[in-house]
Structures are given as C-alpha cells and as structure tokens.
Ligand binder design. Structure first.
Ligand code: GLN
Length: 251
C-alpha cells in the first residue's frame, strides 16, 4: 500500500491534508483535467483521490469551469441541495449540455441521483415543485431506499471488472429500473442487512426496500458511471481508477 498525504492543489483555501491508503500502481490521471462539482457534499474526498491519481483537479462552481474538462465527478451529499444550488449558480443547463455532448461523469450516491433520467420519489420544495436531476442515465432511482442515516451499512460487492469492493451505503439510492443501454455493474449481495419494516420515523424516512439483496447499486451507460455507495469515504481507489480509464477510453 502507498500512503499518500496531500492537500488538493486546486483548492482555493487551505484544508487539512487528507490521508489515503491506496493500492500500489494505481491508474494515472496525469494530463487529465477532472472537475468535482463543488456546490455541496464530499467534494474534498473526491478531489483528494483524483489529485493523488495525478489529475489536474478543478472545483466546479461556475459555468466557465466546465469548459475544457476531460471528466467530472458529482459527489455524495444531498441531491435536493445540489439541484437547488446548481440551478442558482447557472450550472444545471451547462452541465446537461456537457453530459449530452459526451462528457464522462461519475456520480456517487447523491451524484447517482443527479445522473438519473428519472427520480421515483422526488422531494418537493415549498411551491410543490419536484427536485430535478441533470439526467443522462436511462434509469429510475429511488432516494433513501435503504432507510435513513442510522440504517447506514457496509457490505462487500462483486463489482464487474473491479472485483470485491467494500461499499458504504449512507441514505443511499438504488436504481429501480434501467434502460437497455445501461450496464448493471453491481448489486447488493444476499447478506445485505434486512431493513426494519417500521419504526423509522415519518413516511419520508421509512425504507422502501424490504428485501435489500440483489438491488442495483452501480451502473454504467456509455461514459457515465454511477454508484449508490461512497468509495470516497473509505479510501477506495478502484472506482475512480475505472472512471479514469473510462475518460481515457480504455474501459
Ligand atoms: N449519501 C448521500 O449522498 C445521500 C443522498 C441523499 N439521500 C439524497 O437524496 O441526495
């Protein structure tokens, strides 16, 4: 294992260094300009992994920062906030255009929701308008499908092309249905923890999944990659390596 201590070079303000345990000989992102949508969520963790891989990391908060990107990560966080802020910062439409033009994008958790063409249970604002995604992947996601924060769990997934991947699910979505062009890369294993059928608070907090096994939690559609789980919180590098290879046209 390599131990990497770094501060993402592109961050505008100094932050504590992030220590990553990484597998030896990772895929290099040298020469690639990779953005992290930086309006909310696990921005720093993704930036650290990409920086350690050698990418030129751009924290994307303005439309012009999308120009010239080779790829973009949409982090975990809260999709309703990301939706609101990407619209407020005039990022939503330029991002939709970039995705339609073929920009490789990796979305983790809330980022997976942002990449879904359809949200089964969108949150609504005070006017009753549903949250919107950016879209790109022909799938319907269900938010908070495995329950709320205290139902967070970790399992080992069999991830196509990667192998056994320890995965942390925190208020995670799942893909309820996927179109023909979408490749399913991972499903929850048969030993995924069963969820409580009741007693989890209000209806919006209640898990909608009773049977947590065999659920779609990682997909790829062309140059778009999405996972329900958060590799960025466990120091897992291989999902980012896969994304870098997708950017390079090597996967
Ligand atoms: N950990 C996460 O990214 C949670 C996602 C969150 N439940 C949402 O709807 O956006």
């Amino acid at each position: 294992m390599n131990r990497v201590t770094m501060t993402p070079s592109s961050l505008s303000r100094p932050l504590d260094p992030v220590v990553l345990e990484t597998a030896a000989a990772p895929v290099s992102a040298a020469g690639l300009r990779v953005g992290v949508l930086a309006v909310q969520g696990d921005v720093r963790e993704h930036a650290a992994i990409l920086d350690a891989a050698g990418a030129d990391v751009v924290l994307v908060r303005r439309p012009r920062e999308i120009d010239g990107l080779d790829g973009l990560v949409i982090p975990g966080g809260e999709s309703t906030t990301m939706d609101r802020l990407t619209r407020a910062f005039d990022l939503a439409d330029p991002l939709r255009t970039a995705i339609a033009d073929g920009l490789p994008v990796y979305g983790s958790c809330a980022g997976m929701i942002m990449l879904a063409d359809r949200i089964a249970d969108p949150a609504r604002d005070r006017r009753g308008d549903p949250q919107r995604s950016l879209g790109g992947i022909d799938m319907t996601v269900r938010r908070n499908a495995f329950g709320r924060q205290r139902d967070s769990f970790e399992v080992t997934l069999d991830f196509t092309g990667v192998g056994a991947v320890p995965a942390v699910f925190i208020r995670a979505p799942l893909a309820e249905d996927v179109g023909d062009a979408v490749e399913v890369l991972a499903r929850t294993p048969s030993d995924a923890p069963a969820q409580h059928p009741e007693g989890l608070g209000g209806p919006s907090d209640a898990p909608v999944v009773r049977d947590t096994a065999g659920r779609i939690v990682a997909v790829r559609s062309g140059r778009l990659l999405a996972t329900s789980f958060h590799p960025e919180v466990t120091g897992e590098r291989r999902i980012h390596d896969l994304f870098i290879r997708i950017i390079r046209g090597e996967a």
